[in-house]
Ligand binder design. Structure first.
Ligand SMILES: *[C@@H]1O[C@H](CO)[C@@H](O)[C@H](O)[C@H]1NC(C)=O
Ligand SMILES: *[C@@H]1O[C@H](CO)[C@@H](O)[C@H](O)[C@H]1NC(C)=O
Length: 481
């Protein structure tokens, strides 16, 4: 253990141990990791042949889109400092590192058949080799929101043609990295890509066509995921022995009361959020409640067909079962109550869903969420691919320690008491990152990055010491049973 870590750990063991935290240990087979994403940490936005992506584009053409007019041009400079990042993972004792590959670094123009950028491939080979040399397993996200701008110029994800362009990119990844990468995540939080990026104007490319472009976007993303999975299955899996899934995010939706109406509303919210993607890749189609509600509302609005596109029978078969595990990003809980149907003419995802939602503090939602996944998707392997706390800068992040401890305690109970098959927990994020619209005004890192210093030095926060101890002892408190 690094001396810096030890000092921080000694500080944090004096915290009052909350009575609600479980004092048993995580199973020996359970793995702990941490994560980042390409645009959020790499910088080097136009170096070594990388193409422009939609985040480069929106930050450069519309700086007001981001807090303090910031951008990811340099970010944490991980493109140059990746060895330091790996050293931090080693210091934590992390079993694996979840990072994402920048599509435009590999295929600058994005288009199937367009030139491949060898320098980009070489960068990820160096990063992966550094991880392997340090005994840290690479877990790769293939798409974490940074679409090559050329593909946005032809309409982005609502354009079904992107399935083929994604498959071209996916093949390059399997061919070049599949010898060392055994865990693939096709898409990160597609709900944010599609609802915030195309439905609303909250994320790049800030399209703003709610209830229409968002549904078309998800239709393409689900097909692109299935295409990548089948390609891998048919040509690479036997030899490479990798596993693949899609990262889907949801809060835990807690019924506001015991009434059947509130329970139905909470289940509907889960289906519209997690089920939107997971029901398709597990069972082959959108959740029935989405199909029925969007169809009925579309007809009432004068459409002759549903705004939710339909998969053909062949597509349903092709998409069904394209996962080796279920992956969850979870940050919070929401109190849901049933809502009267009001304005039928309102075209949009939220009115298609139509429930009342209120954010609440609920680490106990972790246990309920993984139980729900287990029950809804036939007891799959479950990987927590993100969980963490956004807070202001600062090294004394006791609130983050409490947050991680309470979520992990809830997860531990799901594993030990409910028998839910959860195998990994990923703390978001390893280092402070460019947090999208918030720029650098909020942080989630276990390590602080000084974004005002050209060298971007990393410094451990108290939470890094706490997490390192959890990984070492598998215990959330000073002592366990
Ligand atoms: C959820 O909201 C309902 C209705 O406002 C309220 O009665 C209930 O106490 C809330 N539950 C939680 C856990 O906040
Ligand atoms: C663990 O918790 C149980 C019940 O909450 C308690 O009886 C026991 O003493 C605790 N063990 C340790 C080592 O703190």
């Amino acid at each position: 253990m690094d001396l810096r870590i030890l000092v921080l750990y000694l500080t944090c063991v004096f915290f009052k141990n909350s009575a609600s935290v479980d004092n048993r240990t995580f199973p020996e087979t359970f793995k702990f990791g941490s994560a980042t994403a390409s645009y959020q940490v790499e910088g080097a936005w136009n170096e070594d042949g990388k193409g422009e992506n939609i985040w480069d584009h929106v930050c450069h053409t519309n700086p007001d889109f981001i807090a303090e007019d910031d951008n990811g041009d340099v970010a944490a400079d991980s493109y140059h400092k990746y060895k330091e990042d790996v050293a931090l993972l080693k210091e934590l004792g992390a079993h694996y590192y979840r990072f994402s590959i920048s599509w435009a670094r590999i295929v600058p123009k994005g288009i199937a058949g367009s030139p491949i950028n060898q320098a980009g491939i070489d960068y990820y080979k160096r990063l992966i080799q550094e991880l392997v040399d340090n005994g840290i397993e690479p877990m790769v996200t293939m798409y974490h929101w940074d679409l090559p701008q050329t593909l946005q110029d032809i309409g982005g994800w609502p354009n079904a043609e992107l399935v083929a362009h994604f498959a071209y990119y996916a093949r390059i990844l399997f061919e070049n990295f599949g010898d060392n990468v055994k865990l693939w995540l096709t898409f990160n939080e597609p709900k944010q890509t599609c609802l915030d990026g195309y439905g609303l104007a909250g994320m790049a490319p800030a399209y703003g066509s709610i209830g229409i472009a968002d549904y078309r976007c998800t239709h393409t993303v689900i097909k692109a995921h299935a295409r990548a999975y089948r390609l891998f299955e048919e040509e690479f899996k036997a030899e490479q022995q990798g596993k693949m899934g899609m990262v889907v995010d949801t809060a835990w939706f807690e019924p506001g009361s015991d009434s059947d109406q509130d329970k139905e509303a909470a289940e509907r919210a889960l289906q519209f959020t997690y089920g939107w993607f997971a029901n398709a890749i597990v069972n082959g189609n959108y959740p029935q409640v989405m199909i029925d509600r969007i169809d009925a509302r579309s007809k009432a609005q004068g459409y002759t067909i549903s705004r939710l596109p339909e998969f053909t029978d062949d597509e349903l078969e092709y998409i069904k079962g394209t996962h080796d595990f279920v992956a969850l990003n979870i940050y919070g809980a929401v109190n849901v109550t049933w809502k009267e149907e009001t304005d039928v003419n309102d075209v949009g995802y939220w009115s298609d869903l139509n429930v009342n939602e209120q954010g609440i503090d609920g680490p106990w939602g972790m246990r309920k969420a993984v139980n729900w996944l287990s029950k809804t998707y036939n007891n799959p392997e479950i990987i927590i691919t993100e969980n963490g706390l956004a807070r202001p800068r600062g090294l004394d992040d006791d609130d983050r320690i409490n947050y991680i401890r309470e979520y992990l305690s809830s997860l531990l109970e799901a594993i030990l008491d409910d028998g839910v098959h959860v195998t990994r927990y990923t703390a978001w994020s390893l280092i402070d990152t460019f947090e999208w619209r918030s720029g650098y005004t909020t942080t989630l890192g276990l390590y602080e990055v000084d974004f005002d210093n050209p060298d971007r030095p990393r410094t451990p926060k108290a939470s890094a010491g706490y997490y390192a101890n959890v990984i070492k002892t598998r215990c959330l408190l000073d002592a366990c049973e």
